[in-house]
Design a protein around this ligand. Sequence first.
Ligand code: FAD
Length: 418
Amino acid sequence: MSDNSTDVVVIGGGPAGALSAYQLAKQGHSVVLLEREEFPRFHIGESLLPYMMGLFDRIGIREAVETKGYVPKFGGEFIDPNEEKFFSDVFRADFSKQGDGRYDRAFQVERAKFDGMLVEEAGKAGAEVHLGATVGELLMEGDRMVGVRYTKDGQEHEVRSRYVVDASGRAGRVAHKFGLRERLEKLRMVAVFRHYEGLDEKHNLGVEGDIQVGAHADGWVWAIPLSKDVISVGTVMPRDVFRASTPEEVFEEHKARIPRIVARLTDTRPTMDLKVETDYCYHSDTVTGPGWVMVGDAGCFGDPMFSGGVLVASATAVRAAETLSDALNNPEDADRLIDEYANFFKTGYDTYIRLIHAFYDGELVAVAADAGRTTDRETLERYLIRLIGGDFWSEHNAVAQEMRRRTEWDTFSPFQRV
Ligand code: FAD
C-alpha cells in the first residue's frame, strides 16, 4: 500500500468532482481526484442550462467549453397537446427573454467528451487525477473523516486529507456509509433512452439546437441534439407504467405520442441498445459532516425534467470548493462556512425539485398564475424562463417564491435558505 496526503480528496470525476477539484486547485490547495472509470465513458445528462455559462465564466473555463464544438442551445420547446402541464400546446422558453444581460444560450453535450474535458481542466489547474481508481473504505478518526482507501490497477492505496468531497453521484459513498439517503417517494421514475444518428434539423418543426420535451398522460419524452448528426431521445415514466410492458414497447409507444419529436427523427437510425435508469430520485437531509461534504448527485437528485442536474451538481461543487478553501485558510470559521454551504446546497436542490413537482402535479400553470397576481405578464414570463434556465438560488424570482409556499413539495427539513 502506498500512502499520500493532501488538503482535499475528491471521490468521483463527473462534473461535480471535476469542478470541485478544479476550483480547489486554482485556489492553491493540494487535491487528489479519484474516478473509478477510465474516460471516455458514457453518462446520461446531456442538456445544459444557461446558468452554467455564468458559472463557467466565473471560474474561467467558458472559453474552453465554447471552443469544443458542442451544440448551442438557445431555448427549450415544451410540447403539451392537452395544455395541462405547460402553458400552451407548444411553449418555447427562449433564453434571450431572461433579460438583464443573462446568458442567452447553453450547450447540449455528449457527456463522454464533456466530462473528460472537465477532468482535464482540473488536471491542468493542478489537481492530481487518478482514473480507474475506485474508492473503497472511507477512513475515520473518531467521528471525523480523514481520507479514503482506493484500488487502482489491482493495488490498494491510501490518501489522507483534511477534507473529503463526495462527488460519487448516485453511488453516494458517504450517504450510504452513514445511512443518510432517502427516496423521494412521490418520484419513483424510470427513464428509457438511446442515441440516433442521421439527424437532419430541416425536419425540426421548432428551432435548431433546442431541447424538446413532450408531455403526455403517462410521462414525457425528451429529444436533445448532440451534434449535427446525432440526437438523444428518452422516455420518462412512473415505475408502474414501465413494469406494464417491455422497455422497447414502452419506449416506442411513448415516443410516438409526440409527433413533433417523431418528425425531428425522420430518417434517423438508433446507434445503441436502449438504456434504462431507475431509482434516481433521492435526497439526504444531512449533506455535510466532520471532514466531509457532499456535492451534486452524491447528495440529491430529482428528475431530469428541466435538465437541471448538471447545473446544481456543478454549482454546489464550485461552492463547496470555495467553502473548503476558506475553511482550510481559516479553520476557526470552518463550521459556520460549512453550514452556509449546506444551506446553499439545499436551496438549489429544493427549488429544482419544486419545479419538478409542479410539473408532475400539473400545477406549473397554476403556480405561474398565482405568481402573476403580483407581477405583470412580461415580468412573469421573464421569471419563468429564468427559472427554467437555472435561476434556482434567487430570492427575487416570483415563480420560485410561489413554489416555495407549497409545503407539500418540501424535500428537506426546514433550513435557512440562502
Ligand atoms: P456523476 O456525473 O454521476 O459523476 C459521479 C462519478 O463518480 C462517476 O463518474 C462515477 O464513475 C464516479 N464514482 C462513483 N463511485 C465511485 C467510487 N467508489 N470511486 C471513484 N469514483 C466513483 N442533467 C442535466 O443537467 N441535463 C440533462 O439533460 C439530464 N438528463 C438526465 C437524464 C436521466 C435519465 C438522468 C437519470 C439524469 C439526467 N441528468 C441530467 C442528471 C445528471 O446526469 C446528473 O445530475 C449529473 O451527472 C450529476 O453530476 P455528478 O458529478 O454529481 O455525478
